[in-house]
Design a protein around this ligand. Structure first.
Ligand SMILES: Nc1ncnc2c1ncn2[C@@H]1O[C@H](COP(=O)(O)OP(=O)(O)OP(=O)(O)O)[C@@H](O)[C@H]1O
Ligand SMILES: [Mg+2]
Length: 284
């Protein structure tokens, strides 16, 4: 019972007007149907939440978009062009960045070094720097380091830049991972459970941060924390057993008794009752 179907995306005139379009994507792992003709779209500057119970296929969808897993059937287009046959290392060049479920930082590198690892070498690095000598590559390194420092400052964790991830609180590590994704200037950010393990304050901050980021990127996020999803996303896609069972605004998803009962259960009920309490407080 879809709340609202896939937005019928008319063919954009320019790549800048086109985002991610996933069309009838199917993934089989042997006998397991992990994704079953899943269609969804993320427009430029849009924040879309992908939710559903454990094993619904959320990370698998990220893995296909990221080039880690091949689809059995279906199509993906990105900025008006087919996205197929790509590998995970092509993502930066394509303008897509991803954070992993968990944190996924290199434990032997400092925070700023981890962020710098996410930078795409510009044309000046690689062959260019090999030909023109060390001066150019050290200039490139400085540029990346300055950018990494600026991003850590923007995310409010500048003071951790020379520390190793293991010595940092979990919420700070998550921000470092986000900075690493942002340094490549992505036009699409895939965030797998960005709020997991965060305190309520950190979750509020992350939600504001993502609202601010929409100027520069669209976001597709997987998340189990329903309060965060409802506060952060423009649209939500609900997956269950590999199928899209609903698509709609947070209000539409929360208002759908079938979705809340069957797939979200107490999580959304809790959000609804908090929202109701908030309204009552505001009214009173
Ligand atoms: N590489 C793989 N090989 C075989 N089965 C897989 C593989 N990756 C995922 N699966 C299976 O596909 C289904 C979907 O898994 P997926 O990790 O996409 O779920 P999810 O929605 O991200 O769940 P969670 O909320 O627990 O992270 C699960 O049954 C999982 O066991
Ligand atoms: Mg997952």
């Amino acid at each position: 019972m879809p709340v609202r179907g896939l937005q019928a995306a008319s063919t954009p005139a320019h790549a800048d007007d086109a985002g991610l379009e996933v069309d009838q994507l199917t993934v089989r792992f042997g006998g397991l149907l992990a994704l079953d003709e899943v269609s969804l779209a993320v427009a430029p500057h849009e924040v879309v939440g992908l939710i559903g119970p454990n094993g619904a296929g959320k990370t698998t969808l990220f893995n296909v978009v990221s080039g880690f897993v091949r689809a059995t059937r279906g199509r993906i287009s990105w900025r008006g062009r087919p996205l197929r046959g790509h590998r995970a290392h092509d993502l930066g060049r394509l303008g897509i960045a991803r954070t992993l479920q968990g944190v996924g930082l290199c434990q032997g590198l400092t925070a700023i070094e981890n962020v710098a690892c996410g930078a795409q070498p510009s044309l000046h690095a690689g062959l260019g720097s090999a030909l023109s000598g060390l001066w150019r590559s050290s200039r490139e390194e400085r540029r990346i380091e300055n950018e990494a420092a600026a991003l850590l400052a923007e995310l409010g964790v500048a003071d951790c830049s020379r520390r190793l991830p293991g010595s940092l609180p979990y919420g700070v590590q998550k921000r470092v991972a986000l900075a690493r994704a942002l340094i490549g200037h992505p036009r699409l950010l895939l965030l797998d459970e960005p709020a997991s393990g965060l305190s309520a304050d950190d979750i509020d901050d992350l939600s504001s941060l993502l609202h601010g980021l929409r100027e520069r990127t669209s976001v597709l996020l997987v998340e189990h924390r329903m309060d965060f999803v409802m506060a952060t996303c423009d649209r939500i896609v609900v997956l269950n057993f590999g199928e899209v069972v609903a698509t709609g605004t947070p209000a539409e998803i929360q208002a759908s008794p079938e979705v809340t009962e069957a797939y979200l259960g107490d999580a959304v009920s809790a959000v609804q009752s908090r929202t109701a309490e908030g309204s009552a407080d505001a009214a009173g």
